[in-house]
Design a protein. Structure first.
Ligand SMILES: Nc1nc2c(c(=O)[nH]1)N[C@H]1C(S)=C(S)[C@@H](COP(=O)(O)OP(=O)(O)OC[C@H]3O[C@@H](n4cnc5c(=O)[nH]c(N)nc54)[C@H](O)[C@@H]3O)O[C@H]1N2
Ligand SMILES: Nc1nc2c(c(=O)[nH]1)N[C@H]1C(S)=C(S)[C@@H](COP(=O)(O)OP(=O)(O)OC[C@H]3O[C@@H](n4cnc5c(=O)[nH]c(N)nc54)[C@H](O)[C@@H]3O)O[C@H]1N2
Ligand SMILES: [Mo]
Length: 923
């Protein structure tokens, strides 16, 4: 509709407010209680204007077709100015010294011509709260506008803040009014970002020499893919703020993306290549380092054949870097031995979703969550691991959506759930089958959809006879009534969405978990149908979807095109000028086994700390030691770097150009905000330089060239280019042509399976690879915590450590009492493979018999404990189930219970079992 603002005509969308119309006309009308991300409150009276002949608060008044808005109406202006004057009369004049770009209040004063003389609050001394490393409160600057409180409630969903006190003494307080750092604040920065006066700020933000550059890029922590504005000053980061209006995060962020960036300039960041001389890593020149890697790789290739070299590419790196990595390995080395950490995380999603629906990605965009009336959350802890998604789920639940959580722990969302199935780790397939059984029992089925668009219903129905809730309740340690309730809650919803994580995939039967979960969406017709919300794997790393999409996998070329297909090999071979090797390569766990047996001689590892993050770390160390050559690209001297012969210093995501693909299949631009420190280089440049040291030319000098070549060879990415992403913003794949928008929702016109139908899977429950027994009676679940990230290499080098300085073992008070362990006591945790010591934290979020810890600290050494068991289909490790013994430290177990290292047995040694008889281990 068209609105007149003064003499300017502006076109605004239906439903726009008068304020939006004014802003669209280019006027920065002050509005101190308003934030686009919040519901309008209209309380501060600073945005008064005359519209349609009345004086109105522009932020709460809807614009109307043909409306005239007058900004210079004397009565409105006077009232607005008086409102601001009243506010500032209680503030100290230093409020006016804050740079205008950081203070809406300063801009409002300029707008109304209010000067320092009006500020009369110098006498107040309500003090500061600087207890939190990132959120700093100066109470005397608070105007009690309530925006911080609303951000915390409406956007973050944490409700940590409130306004306390009366009249002019009203001020924001966190939690029960104690120090901010001990409140439930999760450090998302939303309050800081919204504060109009600087009462809430972050270190370094207000004492500004002006910011020189702002770069819009994509966060390099988790797979949510938040768009961030990185503000730099003198070549270092001054602050990072979420980009307003960005499609995925909508102006929100989390403590990692928003604040945890000082690792970029950490003192121990690698700034020059290292080579091993006399057993020690010493700094050297690029020339010497690359010549050495080139010579030794070529030597190993020529003596032992190309398959004696294996590369692990990085889900932290860009698409372009991953594309280049697989091209390097396939053409310069001549092997398909390339994999990425998707193997450790969502390989079962790629396999399971492809088998069920034909494509390896989640089926719907996150935006569809806005429509969901039921969220089924299985084995995911998004308020810690994907916080922006976690917050969105909370908002949806607070707005009335039902929530079913399946997780052995009482996570934050589990505590909010209508039904929480606190199922035993490793019991997913039985639980999902029980839910499917009940959907059939209650006839909560999409009959037409099942007939027309699916296969496998009869076999599934047969199998499910054995999975009545009463039977499964026993096996999974949940109540049968809760299983029925969960099935009905999900089955009766009109727009259910399934969201899941590693609690489904990181199991000996992870792919079966994905398939049996997908069954639930299929039975309800909740995927591939108009208005559906689909099934969303919460992919972990910033670019784990992309690393796999780009073909950094042993069996597929870019776009999941099988390397065994001769036609595809010819196509890529012709474009690359070298034949593509025919035999599928090794997966990560197989690479380690092969290194130990001597089949693999060189490991080239890009941005993955395999010695810390892969399971059964003793076995990984043995593989590293057995290798003739270990090369790694790293930001820091990681545990893997300590085993390397050559370490090449890499640029971080804040120093790179390229793209990432987030968890809902969006290609998003990554742009360098900083120069890499010292002589560190992007993984892209490192690979190009190495290829040239080996006498090859990969033919892709710039990241944009790599994207273009990938698009030319891969139909599902054909429409994607840097140019287009810069012009149009993020694009979903499949995107088959440069004039196509990209498919946000998949399968609406048929599933991508060979027969075009969604495949229901009849999969029996099989027990986990490892079971507790008398010697190892506890079950260890490993996972994540909000403020740290994976091996912690980045977050441990930031002030996030002020919030979580070390790892703890969560143990139920009943178990602790039985063991004679008090809060804070040191406990030894022993598995069949290793031992570690942690501090006990008593918690009722875990059930008796189970303990939980995260793997963010090297001294926690959790992967010394985890096992070699992997998903029988994809080789994804069983990180979620490890049998351990917990004892007070000092009470040492006999060493004989720890197995000597040996190559892992080959997968798929498990047959089907009778589910009623399969229960083992008690708790
Ligand atoms: N803060 C933070 N965020 C991260 C990361 C990080 O390290 N820190 N890492 C990123 C990465 S790489 C990934 S892959 C994602 C992972 O994100 P998530 O998948 O959410 O992470 P986890 O905490 O490993 O596991 C999720 C949940 O699975 C539950 N679970 C364990 N066993 C079972 C089971 O048998 N059945 C069911 N139903 N649930 C089970 C656990 O109790 C846990 O709550 O997070 C990403 N985001
Ligand atoms: N016990 C247990 N272990 C687990 C898991 C679990 O749940 N439990 N989860 C598993 C999962 S899902 C994952 S994804 C893995 C993650 O395991 P990793 O991938 O090993 O962990 P990260 O800490 O993400 O980072 C890898 C390394 O890359 C470096 N790095 C960061 N950015 C770049 C870059 O741009 N270039 C280069 N060259 N290097 C870079 C970092 O410094 C870091 O050392 O851990 C797995 N390990
Ligand atoms: Mo992951």
């Amino acid at each position: 509709m068209r609105v007149m603002v003064g003499r300017t005509a502006v076109d605004v969308a239906d439903g726009a407010t008068v304020l939006e119309a004014v802003r669209a006309s280019g006027v920065d009308l002050p509005s101190l209680c308003h934030d686009d991300r919040l519901s309008p409150r209209g309380s501060c009276r600073t945005c008064l204007v005359r519209a349609a002949s009345r004086i109105v608060a522009s932020c709460t008044t809807p614009a109307a077709e043909g409306m005239h808005v007058e900004l210079d109406d004397p009565a409105a202006q006077q009232a607005a100015k008086a409102a601001v004057e009243l506010m500032v009369s209680e503030l100290p004049a230093r409020a006016l010294e804050i740079p205008a770009e950081r203070s809406e209040l300063v801009r409002a004063c300029t707008y109304f011509g209010i000067t320092a003389g009006s500020f009369a609050g110098a006498g107040h001394d309500r003090g500061t709260d600087h207890s939190h490393p990132y959120v700093k409160l100066d109470r005397d600057l608070c105007i009690a506008c309530g925006r911080c409180v609303a951000m915390c409630a409406e956007v973050q969903g944490t409700f940590a803040l409130e306004l306390t006190g009366r009249g002019f003494d009203t001020v924001v307080a966190a939690g029960d009014g104690g120090p901010w750092v001990s409140s439930p604040c999760v450090g998302c920065g939303g309050c800081v970002d919204s504060c109009p006066t600087g009462a809430l700020s972050e270190p370094g933000l207000l004492d500004l020499t002006p910011i020189t550059t702002t770069t819009t890029t994509t966060c390099g922590y988790c797979g949510v893919g938040c768009t961030l504005d990185v503000h730099t000053r003198d070549g270092t980061i001054a602050a990072i703020t979420p980009t307003h209006g960005a499609p995925v995060n909508r102006g929100h962020a989390c403590i990692k993306g928003r604040f945890a960036h000082t690792f970029t300039r950490a003192d121990d960041r690698l700034i020059a290549p290292l080579v091993r001389r006399d057993g020690h890593l010493v700094e050297t020149s690029w020339q010497e380092a690359l010549t050495e890697v080139a010579r030794r790789l070529a030597g190993i290739r020529d003596r032992h054949g190309p398959d004696s070299i294996a590369m692990i590419s990085s889900a932290r790196a860009t698409n372009e870097e991953n594309y280049l990595a697989q091209k390097f390995v396939r053409t310069v080395i001549g092997t398909n031995n390339i994999d990425n950490c998707s193997r450790l995380c969502h390989a079962p999603s790629a396999a399971g979703l492809t088998a069920s629906f034909g494509l390896a990605g989640g089926t719907n965009p996150l935006d569809d969550l806005d429509r969901a009336d039921c969220v089924l959350l299985a084995g995911a802890n998004p308020t810690e691991a994907h916080p922006v998604v976690g917050a969105r789920i909370k908002q949806q639940v607070l707005a009335g959506a039902r929530l079913v959580v399946i997780d052995p722990r009482r996570t934050e969302l589990a505590a909010l759930a209508d039904v929480h199935l606190q199922a035993r780790p490793g019991s997913n397939v039985a639980v999902f089958n029980a839910l499917a059984h009940q959907l059939i029992e209650d006839d909560l089925l999409a009959h037409d959809f099942l007939t027309e668009r699916t296969t496998g219903l009869d076999d599934l129905t047969d199998l499910l006879q054995d999975y009545a809730p009463g039977t499964v309740a026993n096996l999974a340690d949940v109540r049968s009534a809760d299983l029925i309730d969960a099935a009905r809650t999900f089955g009766r919803a009109e727009h259910p969405v399934i969201i899941y994580g590693l609690g489904v995939t990181e199991h000996a039967h992870g792919t079966d978990g994905v398939r049996t979960l997908a069954n639930l969406a299929i039975l309800r017709g909740a995927v591939g149908t108009p208005g559906c919300c689909g099934i969303l794997p919460l992919r972990g790393q910033n670019n784990v979807q992309g690393a796999s999409d780009m073909g950094a996998l042993p069996d597929v070329l870019p776009g999941y095109q099988p390397v065994t297909d001769p036609v595809l090999r010819d196509r890529f071979g012709a474009a690359w000028g070298r034949p593509v090797p025919e035999r599928p390569g090794l997966r990560i766990p197989q690479m380690f086994d092969a290194a130990i047996t001597g089949e693999v001689r060189a490991l080239h590892v890009i941005g993955e700390d395999i010695a810390a993050s892969d399971p059964n770390a003793g076995h990984v160390r043995a593989a590293l030691q057995a290798s003739e050559l270990v090369v790694c690209h790293e930001l820091f001297r990681s545990q893997t770097a300590e085993h390397a012969d050559v370490v090449l210093p890499a640029a971080s995501f804040l120093e790179k150009d390229g793209t990432f693909v987030n968890f809902d299949r969006r290609f998003q631009r990554v742009r360098p905000a900083l120069a890499p420190p010292g002589s560190a280089a992007t993984d892209f440049d490192i690979l190009n330089r190495l290829a040239s040291a080996m006498g090859a030319d990969l033919g892709l000098p710039e990241p944009a060239d790599a994207m273009a070549e990938c698009a030319s060879l891969t139909a599902v990415f054909a429409g994607i280019s840097h140019e287009r992403l810069d012009a149009e913003g993020p694009l979903h794949w499949p995107c088959r042509a440069s004039d196509e928008p990209g498919e946000a929702v998949l399968h609406l016109n048929g599933f991508a399976t060979p027969d075009g139908r969604a495949a229901l899977a009849a999969r029996p429950y099989l027990p986990p690879g490892e079971q507790p027994d008398a010697q190892f009676p506890h079950l260890l679940v490993t996972g994540r915590r909000l403020v740290h990230y994976n091996t912690g290499s980045m977050t441990r080098r930031t002030d996030n450590t002020a919030l979580v300085p070390a790892e703890t073992l969560e143990i139920h008070p009943a178990d602790a009492a039985q063991l004679g362990v008090a809060e804070g006591a040191a406990v030894t945790i022993t598995s069949r493979r290793g031992r570690t010591t942690l501090t006990a934290h008593l918690s009722r979020d875990v059930v008796p018999g189970q303990v939980f810890a995260a793997f963010h600290f090297p001294d926690a050494a959790l992967n010394d404990l985890t096992s070699h068991h992997t998903d029988t289909v994809t080789g994804c490790p069983e990180y979620k189930v490890t049998a351990v013994r917990v004892q007070p430290a000092g009470q040492q177990p006999s060493a004989s219970s720890i197995e000597a290292d040996r190559p892992s047995p080959s997968p798929s040694d498990t047959g089907t079992v009778d589910i009623a008889g399969s229960r083992s281990g008690d708790r």
